[in-house]
Design a protein around this ligand. Structure first.
Ligand code: HEC
Ligand code: HEC
Ligand code: HEC
Ligand code: HEC
Length: 391
């Protein structure tokens, strides 16, 4: 009896590898790259409301089974600029990768712009497998996933025989075409490559800029470990995707740290340049009433709903004169300048109050385009939009 119970597992161990190598197997390479610090989309328009780490993690958690065997990699350039807020973003991005258990995270040009001691505390706390040509990091990492032995590297010289070789880089797609021998190259060059290219049997893919879509490269691997076939899919990351709570917590923590930055950065710029709608309304009551019916008059509550009412990157278009002397600073210090008010369109002109005869700056399309950008307002059409706010 005892020998039999030992024999079955032993037989399995001997027979299993053959069973696996007898047919082609599927491996999903799930990839991001060139996230550029975009933790989540602003939500300004449903047409551009895609992406974000909370949705990536939610998607992965919900489809864990059907995606396996899978390997999850970031090809780098996931950070924003090295500013106080950029640092908070980069840190939150890296923590999110940690929670999602990325198998490899490459540090590229943008990450190299940060001080050497900036990332290590998060890397250690979240045990993130970083690869980089920067010291003190490894340049390659081995991942064993089911029957697959995978070498993920940032070093084009580090091809490993007998493995599936994935190179993470940020060179352009064109330059990647000259790198020979690799099974897969994924770049964070920021280019959009709807379909991967195959050059000299190397599959070249590019992470979707700002992580608006999640790349899923499905490989069929033959018995000799060779890539027989592949298919690339893009998972669109819309608001229908349920967020993963652990990553949402990281984002909420980020929001409150950003609010802290604004509080700590001292006092608002001195001065009383902006008058505010209430002052204009003393003489232009009817104009104020019609303005109040527009969404401009409620622009700040949109930020509150999104939990971003103290985020300078949002406030700038949802208030009056943010960042300028006497402009909006925070809802605590300058509540009267919240929302998109008169002076955002008509300009700052205090003398107007004493001398009405001076013509005000004409309101042109260029005034609108300051805020109604391609990304934030893809439906913007001047005549149509103008009609909606005419007073
Ligand atoms: C460059 C200017 C700009 C920035 C920066 C900006 N917004 Fe907006 N936002 C707009 C404009 C313009 C609209 C109106 C878009 C439209 O309807 O065409 C808008 C609309 C919105 C809406 C309303 C969406 C709806 O349909 O009700 C929300 C919510 C919002 N923004 C949140 C944010 C958040 C959060 C941030 C920061 C992460 C942000 N915005 C940063 C310009 C901006
Ligand atoms: C003390 C009263 C008063 C206040 C306060 C005031 N205005 Fe006026 N404004 C006037 C008068 C009077 C005119 C001239 C009306 C006319 O010509 O019919 C005028 C004209 C204008 C015009 C038309 C100018 C043009 O070039 O044709 C605009 C735009 C305007 N005001 C915007 C504003 C804004 C924005 C504010 C707040 C920052 C404001 N006003 C505050 C009294 C005021
Ligand atoms: C300071 C930034 C800013 C400027 C300048 C600005 N807008 Fe807006 N606009 C916004 C924001 C923010 C919203 C979204 C408010 C919300 O719902 O939270 C918006 C919303 C709108 C909407 C509502 C969209 C809809 O579908 O209901 C219209 C229309 C609009 N703007 C027209 C204009 C026009 C026309 C101009 C130029 C004359 C202009 N805006 C200038 C920031 C701006
Ligand atoms: C989204 C931009 C926008 C905002 C916000 C806005 N206006 Fe205007 N306003 C316009 C446009 C566009 C016109 C059309 C005339 C022009 O080209 O100046 C206009 C016209 C006017 C005029 C009449 C000018 C004339 O030629 O007779 C007055 C007065 C005025 N606005 C006052 C206000 C006041 C007061 C507020 C705030 C309560 C306000 N506006 C908010 C865009 C705006």
């Amino acid at each position: 009896m005892k020998t039999l119970s030992l024999l079955i597992p032993m037989l399995l161990i001997i027979l299993l590898p053959q069973a696996i190598y007898g047919q082609s197997k599927t491996l999903n390479i799930i990839y991001t790259g060139s996230m550029n610090g975009e933790l989540e989309p602003c939500g300004c328009s449903p047409k551009t409301d895609f992406g974000g780490v909370a949705r990536i993690s939610g998607y992965l958690a919900a489809h864990n089974k059907e995606l396996s065997a899978r390997i999850l990699v970031d090809a780098g350039n996931f950070t924003d600029k090295d500013t106080p807020q950029g640092r908070l973003k980069s840190e939150a991005m890296l923590k999110s990768f940690g929670i999602m258990k990325y198998d490899a995270v490459a540090f590229m040009k943008k990450e190299k712009g940060f001080p050497e001691d900036f990332f290590p505390p998060v890397i250690n706390e979240y045990k993130i497998p970083v690869i980089s040509s920067m010291t003190p990091y490894e340049q390659s990492v081995s991942v064993n996933r089911d029957a697959f032995k995978i070498n993920v590297s940032v070093d084009p010289e580090n091809y490993r025989e007998g493995r599936l070789n994935i190179l993470l880089t940020d060179v352009s797609v064109r330059e990647a075409g000259f790198i020979k021998g690799w099974d897969v190259i994924i770049t964070s060059s920021g280019e959009i490559l709807d379909e991967p290219l195959t050059i000299n049997e190397t599959i070249i893919a590019a992470g979707y800029p700002k992580g608006k879509k999640l790349g899923i490269l499905t490989l069929q691997i033959g018995s000799g470990g060779e890539v027989k076939n592949y298919k690339n899919g893009w998972q669109l990351l819309g608001s229908d995707i349920e967020e993963y709570p652990g990553v949402r917590d990281i984002l909420n923590d980020y929001d409150s740290k950003v609010a802290g930055l604004l509080r700590e950065s001292g006092k608002p710029p001195e001065g009383t340049s902006y008058l505010g709608a209430a002052k204009c309304a003393e003489c232009h009551r009817l104009f104020e009433e019609s303005w109040k019916k527009t969404r401009h008059a409620r622009a700040f509550s949109s930020l509150k709903q999104a939990g971003k009412s103290a985020d300078p990157e949002c406030i700038v278009c949802h208030t009056v004169g943010f960042g300028e002397q006497g402009g909006f600073y925070s809802i605590e210090t300058t509540p009267e300048l919240a929302n998109v008010q008169c002076e955002e369109c008509h300009g700052l002109d205090r003398e107007h109050i004493d001398d009405f005869s001076r013509p005000m700056k004409p309101v042109t399309k260029a005034v609108c385009l300051k805020c109604h950008t391609e990304d934030n307002s893809p439906d913007f059409d001047y005549p149509v939009y103008l009609k909606k706010i005419k007073h």
